[in-house]
Design a protein around this ligand. Structure first.
Ligand SMILES: NC(=O)c1ccc[n+]([C@@H]2O[C@H](COP(=O)([O-])OP(=O)(O)OC[C@H]3O[C@@H](n4cnc5c(N)ncnc54)[C@H](O)[C@@H]3O)[C@@H](O)[C@H]2O)c1
Length: 274
């Protein structure tokens, strides 16, 4: 399994205080990486993520940064590079934000906030980190966490859907521009994951989730840990020839356009009983 080992590498994960970001940070540490964690200044879960990484015997540093302040991100990347005194090998653009709003309720401020965090921050952090990777001669890995919503629409999320589609294409563009330097850029597109991301639901959350689960061929939301294997593939030598691609981790949702399975009789084997 050496090809999945991240011994001697350092990875930066944004939005590492909870949800997928914490699972990604801990998974990278389990594979041997040291970590740099970035999240909002008041993000309550950061000490827990840090403690989990330290328990694995890996080093970790934390930077409080509101990623929507995109003019500060080049400086953040420079500070991290200088504090590390060595290169960064892996960038996981995981932090993201979503708000459930009908198209006619979305204000310019809400639209811009979603775009700043989900698109602008991904681009400007990747831009500076990639420049450091080139300067350091590192065949680095850029991984952007998008969503199945980068590929199909979902009502109440016009800004979010548009932001994830933009993040997909900007990552593919980076893949092409960075290929001559041996740096890969890919997206990981989760389906429904059990995290706090959507915040307030303006309708019955339990009813919605039960109805949605029926649309998922695997019949359940993913746990954050279930996306970690895909991330390690993209982050490690095992994924050296993967670039410009999207890894969809959605329990089969995008593969199924019809609720036909609900109306078909239960599975019965056509093979003779042994
Ligand atoms: N949960 C899902 O079902 C799901 C599905 C598809 C894609 N995703 C994507 O996965 C990623 C992680 O989502 P999650 O479900 O773990 O969300 P989450 O809300 O649980 O965690 C997001 C983290 O990002 C941080 N963050 C948000 N805005 C920030 C900002 N301006 N500056 C710095 N940090 C900020 C938050 O503090 C939080 O720690 C997001 O990009 C999300 O769009 C999630």
């Amino acid at each position: 399994m050496d090809r999945f080992s991240l011994d001697g590498r350092t990875a930066l994960v944004t939005g590492a205080a909870r949800g997928l970001g914490r699972a990604f940070a801990v998974g990278l540490a389990e594979a041997g990486a040291d970590l740099v964690l970035v999240d909002l200044p008041d993000a309550p879960g950061l000490p827990e993520t840090e403690a989990a990484i330290r328990r694995l015997g890996r080093r970790t540093r934390t930077y409080a940064q509101d990623l929507s302040r995109t003019d500060e991100l080049a400086g953040l990347a420079d500070r991290i590079r200088s504090d590390l005194g060595g290169p960064l090998h892996i960038l996981v653009n995981n932090a993201g934000t979503a708000a459930l709003e009908r198209f006619n309720e979305i204000t310019p401020a809400s639209w811009q906030h979603v775009m700043r965090v989900n698109v602008d921050a991904v681009f400007f952090l990747s831009q500076r980190v990639a420049e450091h990777m080139i300067a350091d001669g590192v065949k680095g890995r850029l991984i952007t966490v998008t969503s199945k919503n980068a590929l199909v629409a979902e009502a109440g999320l016009a800004h979010y859907n548009a932001s994830k589609a933009a993040a997909q294409l900007l990552t593919e563009t980076l893949a092409v521009e960075l290929a001559p330097h041996g740096i890969t850029a890919n997206t990981l597109a989760p389906g429904m994951v059990d995290t706090p991301i959507d915040g307030e639901f303006p309708f019955d959350r339990e009813q919605f989730e039960a109805a949605y689960r029926e649309r998922i061929p695997l019949g359940r939301y993913a746990g954050p840990d279930e996306c970690v294997g895909a991330l390690l593939l993209l982050a490690s030598d095992a994924g050296a020839y993967l670039t410009g691609t999207r890894l969809v981790v959605d329990g089969g949702v995008l593969a199924d356009q019809m609720p036909r399975m609900r109306f078909m009789p239960p599975y019965r084997s056509t093979l003779p009983r042994p």
